[in-house]
Design a protein around this ligand. Structure first.
Ligand SMILES: *[C@@H]1O[C@H](CO)[C@@H](O)[C@H](O)[C@H]1NC(C)=O
Ligand SMILES: *[C@@H]1O[C@H](CO)[C@@H](O)[C@H](O)[C@H]1NC(C)=O
Ligand SMILES: *[C@@H]1O[C@H](CO)[C@@H](O)[C@H](O)[C@H]1NC(C)=O
Length: 574
C-alpha cells in the first residue's frame, strides 16, 4: 500500500489457483489501518480467474488392453484430464484423433463428475492392427482455449478368432506303386495368425477315401508330414483322397481343412496271366485246318504298356494263336495233324508284357490227338510163297500172314479173310484164323490134281469206314511118290501064230505113273521074259514084241507079267 496516497498496489503476481484452488469466488480479505485517526477498513479483493492453466492428464501415455472380440458399442472408462482453472476455463471437452474404430463420449450424469468413455465403433482385429495409437485431446473453454493430450496405446488382446489355414487347399501327389513303406507323401503346412496356444496346431487325418485305406497313412501331428504306412497297389486303388484338418488349441478350438490327392502310378509288378477258357481235346486227327482247339484269356493287371501283352505259342506248328478280341486268343490248327507221327503235342504258351523289364507268364498245354482211321492195314509181304508136300496132314499150319496198322484202337483191330481161291474149287483146302492170320490146311493136297494154289487174303480194320489191305499166298504142292505105275494093255493080238516072225507086236501097253519127276519116271520089263521083249514106242507107250521064233509044240502058252517100277524112294511098283 502506498503510504502517502493510500493506493493498494499488487506487489507480487497473483495466482488464483494457488490462493484459492478450485473454490470460487476467490476473495482476499484485507484490513487496512489508517493512523491518525486510527480507523480500520475491511477490503475484500476478488481475484478473478484467467485461463492460465491447460488441462493436464495424469500421464502422457495410457496403456489400454481390449480383447479383439469386444463388440462394437463397448465402452471403456477413461480417466479424464484436470484443469486448475475454474469456470469456463476449466470446462473441458474431449476429442480423439481420427480413428475408424474409436470415439470418445462424455457422460453428464451430473455436471460435477463427468465420466469419459472410449467407445468402440467398429470390430477390432488383432491380426490386422495389433496396437492402436490415439491422441486424446482435452480442450478447456477459455479464450483462447488451452489443450492437454494423452497418448492412448490400445493393445488388442488376441482371442482365438482365426482357424488354422493350409497354404494349399489341395496337395497333389504322385507316387509309384512300389513306393516303400515310410515314404513321405506330403509335407503339409498350415498357419494360424493367432498367437500363443491359439496359434499352435495339431494335424490329423480326418477321412480317407477309399475308407478301407484308412490305415495306409500316418501323419506327424506336430509337423504335418504324411507318410506311407502300408504298400500301394495301383491295381487295387489308383487314387487316394485324404481329408486333413489342423486344429488349434483354443477353447473352443478352430480347425482348417485341406485335401491331399495321391495319384498312384503303375509299375510293372504283375506278370501276364494265361488262362484256358475252353479246351476241346483230344483233337481228332482229321480235324480241318482252322479248327479252334482252345480259347485263351490273357490278362495283365498292370496298365498302359505294362499291361499290353504279346502272346505266342511254341513250337510254332501245327498250332497257332489268333487274337480274337482284346485279351482273347484262339488256338487254331494251322496244319493237318498226324497222330501216327506225333500222338501228343506239348505246347508252351507265353505271354509277355511291354514293361521294362518285361514280365512273362507261361502255360503248358497238352493236346492229344484222337486217332482217325487214316491208315490201311498193310501186309509185311505182298506175296507169301509156301511149299508143302502133298502128304501134308489136315490141320497143318501153312503159313501165318501178318499185317500192321499204325492206327490205334478199333482202327487197328485187324481181321483176316480169304477173298479169292484159285483154283476156285480149292475153297475147302485152307482156312484162315481171322484174328491171328494163321492159315491151316483143312483138306488133303493132291499134287496130281492141283499143284499150285493162289489165295488172295484181305485184312480189314474195324474203323468207320473200314480200310483194307491185300496179299497173296501161293501154295506150291510138292510131289510125293504116292502113285504106283499102272500098266494097261491097250491092244492084244492073241493067239500068236507059231510062225509069227521075230519083231511081231503082240500087245500094245500103256504105262503111266501119276507122280512127277523121278516119282513118275517108270522102268518096265517083262518077267519072265521068255521070247518077249519090250520096246518103248513113244512116251508111256510100249510094244510087247516077239524076240525069238515060237514053237507051239514045245510051249503052247506063255504067261508073262509086264512089271513097272518108278524112281521114287522108296519106289513103287505096278
Ligand atoms: C505402457 O506400455 C509400454 C510398452 O508396452 C511400457 O513401456 C510402459 O511402461 C507402459 N506404461 C504404463 C503406464 O503401464
Ligand atoms: C510353411 O510355409 C511357410 C511360408 O510358406 C514357411 O515359412 C514355413 O517354413 C513352412 N513350414 C514348413 C514346416 O515347411
Ligand atoms: C506349402 O508348404 C509346403 C511345405 O512347406 C511347401 O512345400 C509348398 O511349396 C507350399 N505351397 C505353397 C503354394 O506355398
Amino acid at each position: 500500500v502506498s503510504g502517502a496516497s493510500g493506493a493498494l498496489v499488487v506487489s507480487s503476481r497473483l495466482d488464483r489457483e494457488e490462493l484459492c484452488g478450485k473454490s470460487a469466488p476467490c476473495l482476499l480479505r484485507l484490513e487496512v489501518l489508517v493512523e491518525r485517526p486510527l480507523r480500520v477498513f475491511h477490503v475484500e479483493l476478488e481475484v478473478t480467474d484467467i485461463n492460465d492453466n491447460a488441462p493436464i492428464f495424469p500421464a502422457a501415455r495410457k496403456n489400454i488392453s481390449l480383447p479383439e472380440n469386444s463388440p462394437p458399442g463397448s465402452r471403456f472408462l477413461l480417466e479424464g484430464a484436470s484443469d486448475a482453472d475454474i469456470g469456463v476455463n476449466a470446462q473441458l471437452s474431449y476429442t480423439v484423433s481420427s480413428s475408424e474404430h474409436f470415439r470418445v463420449e462424455e457422460e453428464n450424469s451430473n455436471s460435477r463428475s463427468k465420466s469419459l468413455f472410449l467407445v468402440l465403433t467398429k470390430s477390432l482385429d488383432r491380426e490386422t492392427i495389433p496396437v492402436h495409437r490415439l491422441l486424446l485431446t482435452a480442450s478447456d473453454g477459455g479464450r483462447p482455449s488451452l489443450t492437454g493430450t494423452v497418448e492412448l496405446v490400445i493393445s488388442v488382446l488376441d482371442v482365438n478368432d482365426n482357424a488354422p489355414q493350409f497354404n494349399q487347399s489341395v496337395y497333389n501327389v504322385v507316387l509309384p506303386e512300389d513306393a516303400l513303406e515310410g515314404t513321405l507323401v506330403a509335407q503339409l503346412n498350415a498357419s494360424d495368425s493367432d498367437t500363443g496356444i491359439y496359434g499352435e496346431m495339431v494335424y490329423e487325418i480326418d477321412t480317407v477315401v477309399p475308407p478301407s485305406a484308412s490305415d495306409m497313412f500316418s501323419i506327424d501331428t506336430n509337423r504335418g508330414e504324411i507318410r506311407l504306412r502300408g504298400t500301394l497297389d495301383f491295381e487295387a486303388v489308383t487314387l487316394y483322397e485324404l481329408h486333413v484338418k489342423a486344429t488349434d488349441k483354443g477353447t473352443p478350438p478352430l480347425s482348417g481343412h485341406c485335401k491331399v490327392v495321391l495319384e498312384v502310378q503303375d509299375v510293372n509288378d504283375n506278370a501276364p496271366d494265361v488262362l484256358v477258357t475252353s479246351l476241346s481235346v483230344p483233337v481228332p486227327e482229321d480235324a480241318s485246318v482252322g479248327t479252334v482247339v482252345a480259347v485263351l484269356s490273357v490278362s495283365d493287371r498292370d496298365s498302359g504298356a505294362n499291361g499290353r501283352v504279346r502272346c505266342w505259342v511254341w513250337p510254332s506248328g501245327p498250332f497257332g494263336l489268333e487274337a480274337t478280341f482284346s485279351g482273347s486268343y484262339s488256338l487254331v490248327l494251322r496244319e493237318a495233324l498226324d497222330r501216327e507221327t506225333i500222338p501228343v503235342h506239348r505246347l508252351l504258351l507265353t505271354a509277355s508284357d511291354g514293361g521294362r523289364p518285361s514280365l512273362t507268364g507261361t502255360m503248358e498245354l497238352v493236346i492229344s490227338v484222337l486217332d482217325a482211321n487214316d491208315n490201311a492195314p498193310q501186309f509185311n509181304q505182298s506175296v507169301y510163297k509156301v511149299q508143302l508136300p502133298e502128304s501134308a496132314a489136315e490141320g497143318m499150319l501153312v503159313t501165318r500172314v501178318n499185317a500192321t496198322d499204325p492206327d490205334v484202337g478199333s482202327n487197328s483191330e485187324l481181321s483176316y479173310t480169304v477173298t479169292n481161291f484159285f483154283p476156285p474149287s480149292s475153297k475147302d483146302v485152307i482156312s484162315i484164323n481171322p484174328k491171328t492170320g494163321e492159315i491151316h490146311l483143312t483138306g488133303n493136297l493132291d499134287f496130281e490134281e492141283v499143284n499150285i494154289f493162289d489165295f488172295r487174303i484181305e485184312v480189314r480194320d474195324q474203323g468207320t469206314p473200314p480200310l483194307s489191305g491185300h496179299c497173296k499166298v501161293v501154295l506150291e504142292v510138292l510131289d510125293v511118290n504116292d502113285n504106283a505105275p499102272e500098266v494097261l494093255v491097250t491092244s492084244l493080238s492073241v493067239p500068236v501064230p507059231e510062225d509069227a516072225s521075230v519083231g511081231t507086236v503082240v500087245a500094245v501097253l500103256s504105262v503111266a505113273d501119276r507122280d512127277s519127276g523121278a516119282n513118275g519116271r517108270v522102268r518096265c520089263w517083262v518077267w519072265p521074259s521068255g521070247p518077249f521083249g519090250l520096246e518103248a514106242t513113244f512116251s508111256g507107250s510100249y510094244s510087247l514084241v516077239l524076240r525069238e521064233a515060237l514053237d507051239r509044240e514045245r510051249v503052247s502058252e506063255y504067261e508073262v507079267e509086264v512089271r513097272a517100277e518108278d524112281g521114287g524112294s522108296p519106289s513103287l511098283r505096278g
